[in-house]
Design a protein around this ligand. Structure first.
Ligand SMILES: [Zn+2]
Length: 398
């Protein structure tokens, strides 16, 4: 059985850092002892690690334990969730005899912020075309100019990020390198943005919790069979048998952790699905997977070296599984008075994923064309129509 004290001690011993607030260590190592020992942030730096070495992650853990099935709570409380000093965009779950640990690299949080900003630009552009372009307008020159500007708004930040990933890989450190990676469009609601970043982090932490709770990290570990069954049954209903057949056990566990994380965040594991939770899980999962895919350049599966099997499915597959899961869970939900439905949000996020993928692919492959905004926009309209057809089909009796 894991003990929180043991889990915490093990993390700090392994990374050879003092047992204190992550940010205090980080600033000290950056030569800003003045900030750490000054009065201004004294209260913040004085927060000592309990479930995490970072106050924000401590909040995320508290939230996840709150919404977790009761059989999971005690074990989750004994896992130490660390903000790790490594700058790569990654997370990891590990276990030792009496210690359960989750590490979320500092670089992943930076990636969560950057890709949430990229999605904000993309979303703003879609909104602009939706509300300001009249395609029936006879003044087609003006329409074209607006579309050109919108394409720049949406795609320039993505292109700048695409150029940065080589440097990130070489330095093994993610960081913002262009103003459009940090500056939000003027009308983007700051709170929505912060909620998205938090959801992205929550999804990744929930994914790692699921590795522990579904018994992936410790075979001795007595995970709750009932909850595990809920996750597996949901996966069986997604029509992904063909995909699973081609995968090794490591890859299947990744999909289990993705699906488990989504089910935990949406409230499904405790029969408390809420619309607001669905939106958060949709945003968190898609932006997280797009960020990880792009930074690791892992959209398509690569040939594994002999004796070195691929441990993760490619991200196009992971995104496809999430899409099927969201559809399965939300198609029966009512459309809100103002026309909103989680599937509408999913369509925007899939279009965003497509643009990031195409931008990346067109850089490395001369046969792939760079994305064009109007094509993406009309794909979204088609998807919207398809949703309506299926949605109405669900409502009407045979
Ligand atoms: Zn994983």
């Amino acid at each position: 059985m894991w003990k929180l004290g043991e889990s915490r001690r093990r993390f700090f011993v392994d990374c050879r850092r003092p047992e204190e607030n992550f940010w205090a260590t980080l600033f000290r190592e950056a030569g800003r002892e003045d900030l750490v020992s000054g009065d201004e942030y004294a209260e913040y730096f004085a927060i000592t690690p309990n479930h995490s070495n970072c106050p924000e992650i401590e909040q995320a853990v508290k939230y996840l334990v709150d919404i977790a099935p009761v059989e999971w709570k005690a074990t989750m409380r004994n896992i130490f969730v660390a903000r790790a000093f490594n700058g790569e965009a990654n997370a990891e779950a590990s276990s030792f005899r009496s210690a359960g640990i989750i590490e979320l690299n500092y670089g992943f949080t930076l990636a969560a912020m950057i890709y949430s900003t990229l999605f904000s630009h993309f979303y703003d552009a879609v909104l602009t075309v939706g509300t300001e372009v009249d395609f029936d307008d006879e003044d087609s020159e003006t329409t074209l100019l607006i579309v050109e500007e919108v394409e720049r708004m949406a795609f320039e930040p993505i292109a700048a990020t695409d150029e940065a990933i080589g440097e990130w890989a070489a330095a093994r450190h993610v960081q913002a390198m262009h103003v459009s990676q940090t500056q939000l469009p003027a009308r983007r609601n700051k709170e929505d943005y912060h909620n998205l970043v938090t959801s992205v982090e929550q999804f990744v932490i929930a994914h790692e919790f699921c590795h522990h709770m579904l018994g992936h990290t410790d075979v001795q570990f007595r995970h709750s069979r009932g909850v595990r069954r809920l996750v597996l049954e949901k996966m069986e209903g997604l029509g992904i048998e063909d995909l699973l057949q081609e995968m090794n056990p490591h890859q299947i566990r990744e999909l289990e952790a993705d699906v488990g994380a989504f089910l935990l965040l949406s409230g499904y594991l405790t029969s408390e699905v809420k619309r607001s939770r669905i939106y958060r899980s949709v945003g968190g999962s898609f932006v997280a997977l797009v960020a990880l895919a792009h930074v690791a350049e892992g959209w398509a599966s690569r040939e594994g070296e002999e004796g070195d099997p691929q441990t993760h499915p490619d991200f196009s597959t992971r995104l496809e599984v999430m899409y099927r899961l969201v559809k399965d869970m939300t198609l029966g939900m009512p459309v809100a008075d103002f026309g909103d439905h989680p599937m509408g949000f999913v369509i925007q996020l899939r279009a965003f994923a497509f643009v990031v993928l195409k931008t990346w692919a067109s850089r490395s492959n001369a046969d792939v064309q760079a994305p064009r905004f109007l094509n993406v926009f009309s794909w979204m309209l088609d998807q919207q129509q398809e949703f309506w057809d299926e949605y109405l089909g669900e409502l009407l009796p045979e």
